[in-house]
Design a protein around this ligand. Structure first.
Ligand code: UGA
Length: 466
């Protein structure tokens, strides 16, 4: 058992604190936001994350987990201090804003009077960890007895608990010039996971920081690659979903993260690729990452393309039309709307004169805060009532499983525009709907009767959750 403090109680920090307690450690979660702490202490997760509430409640009840705003309490209590605060994009710049990460070290270090280990988990530009290590040692009364390592986090929202307790790999960056204490302590903290055979890679600080940013850059590139293919498919009259299935069978390529659609959003991929470009520029390696600018461009173009697709489907102008938007979260199983393609598209369509009614199973409250002028519905049927077109922009199961007969008499125009290529065109076409997907030919009931539907059935019905 190790005594652990986790600084930051957002997606990363709250999950990490609860999961470290689940592994049997004694944990204190620290944040400056009193309202978040009050919720967490009461066993309530301040955001939607399947499975986290059970872990939180179980460990609060077992007395292994508590929350506090006191750095002093954390410094007195813990041997290991995890940094799990956010590193958002700086306003008006690509670079990462490290204010919160620096603030943790500035507040914590002067209170460290005993030997301690600091382990960073936040996504930071390469070079940050080495700088923070020096800063912590210079500010801490324990001085040279403070060691810092970087232990990047790869969790996905929606699978946060699973990804923390059963990660693909654990990575630790350490300072080779110092003792092995950081590594020893990290091995103790994750002993249970290491016993299960989860790969553990130990490296220097810079490499560990780069592992995280390059992993997200690769994922973003993979999504933009397939979305670029979608653009070509649109021009050539081909079908990107079938193309992704076909190339995905090559194990070197793989089918995961190859879903074309409205592209990536959220609090990580967009800002991480931008921060990565900014940092490479500072290091004089900007040429190496110029392709990420194109990755970003392709991604943002998908949003505009979706708006064009809707406009075309509806006859050339959105003015005075009613559009139903199903999905607001940046991805399913999340209530996170940060840089959500769905909300961005809903906003653009509204600006072109349509009345837009949005429904999402979890993200309405958060959406309202940033897009108060959109209309929000409490069900799919309500959102689709009188709609000239229905847009699926987040692939929640509730939408994937929709049957045309549920909406046939609710809508004004039977047009389904699938921004995530998550529906079966043949189901909608055979029910008399017009179906359009990004990177796919448009399918109207007439075309399907010429044989398109039959051809599609074999491919689209196999599209499971990926
Ligand atoms: C991402 C990474 O997947 C995690 O490994 C990483 O730890 C995390 O960022 C982070 O840096 O903290 P997350 O932002 O939760 O996780 O979401 P993803 O599942 O990666 O999805 C990102 C976006 O890509 C979503 O908008 C999703 O809809 C989109 N996407 C994903 C596609 O458009 N197509 C795909 O095939 C897959």
């Amino acid at each position: 058992m190790t005594r652990i403090a986790v600084f930051g109680t957002g997606y990363l920090g709250a999950t990490h604190a609860a999961c470290m307690a689940e592994l049997g450690h004694e944990v204190i979660g620290v944040d400056v936001d009193a309202s978040k702490l009050a919720k967490l202490e009461a066993g309530e997760v301040p955001f939607y994350e399947p499975g986290l509430e059970e872990v939180l409640k179980r460990n609060l009840a077992a007395g292994r987990l508590r929350f506090s705003s006191s750095y002093q309490e954390a410094a007195d209590f813990a041997e290991v201090h995890f940094i799990g605060v956010g590193t958002p994009q700086k306003k008006g710049e690509f670079a990462a804003d490290l204010t919160h990460v620096d603030a943790v070290v500035d507040s914590l270090a002067p209170l460290l009077t005993r030997p301690a280990v600091i382990l960073g988990k936040s996504t930071v530009p390469v070079g940050t960890a080495a700088r923070l290590a020096e800063k912590a040692r210079s500010k801490a009364p324990a001085g040279d007895d403070i060691e810092l390592g970087w232990n990047p986090e790869f969790l996905r929202e929606g699978y946060a608990v699973q990804d923390t307790l059963h990660p693909d790999r654990l990575v630790l960056g350490r300072e080779w010039s110092r003792t092995s204490r950081v590594e020893d302590v990290t091995r103790e903290v994750y002993a249970q996971l290491l016993d299960e055979g989860i790969p553990f890679l130990v490296t220097d600080l810079a490499t560990s920081e780069l592992v995280k940013t390059s992993a997200n850059a690769f994922l973003a590139t993979k999504i933009s690659f397939i979305n670029a293919m979608a653009e070509v498919c649109e021009a050539a009259g081909a079908d990107v979903s079938v193309l992704a299935d076909a190339i995905g069978h090559d194990a070197r390529i793989g089918r995961r993260f190859l879903n074309a659609g409205v592209g990536f959003g959220g609090g990580c991929l967009p800002k991480d690729i931008r921060a990565f470009m900014a940092r490479a520029g500072e290091l004089g390696a900007d040429q190496a990452l110029t392709f990420l600018r194109e990755v970003d461009n392709i991604n943002m173009r998908r949003r505009t393309r979706m708006v064009e697709l809707v406009r075309d489907a509806i006859g050339g102008s959105l003015l005075g039309t009613r559009i139903a938007v199903l999905g607001a979260a940046f991805k399913p199983d999340s209530d996170d709307v940060r840089d959500s393609p769905a909300l961005n598209i809903a906003g653009q369509i509204q600006l072109q004169g349509a009345s837009v009614n949005v429904y999402d199973p979890r993200a309405i409250e958060n959406s309202r805060k940033i897009f108060p002028t959109l209309e929000y519905a409490t069900s799919v049927r309500e959102a689709c009532s009188g709609a000239d077109a229905v847009l699926v922009l987040t692939e929640w199961d509730e939408f994937r499983n929709l049957h045309p007969s549920e909406l046939d008499r609710v809508v004004r125009g039977r047009r389904m525009i699938d921004g995530r290529n998550c529906l079966s065109p043949v189901d909608w076409i055979s029910a008399g709907w017009e179906y359009r997907g990004l990177g796919r030919p448009s399918f109207t009931p007439q075309r399907s009767s010429m044989g398109y539907g039959e051809g599609l059935a074999s491919t689209t019905l196999r599209l499971g959750r990926r």
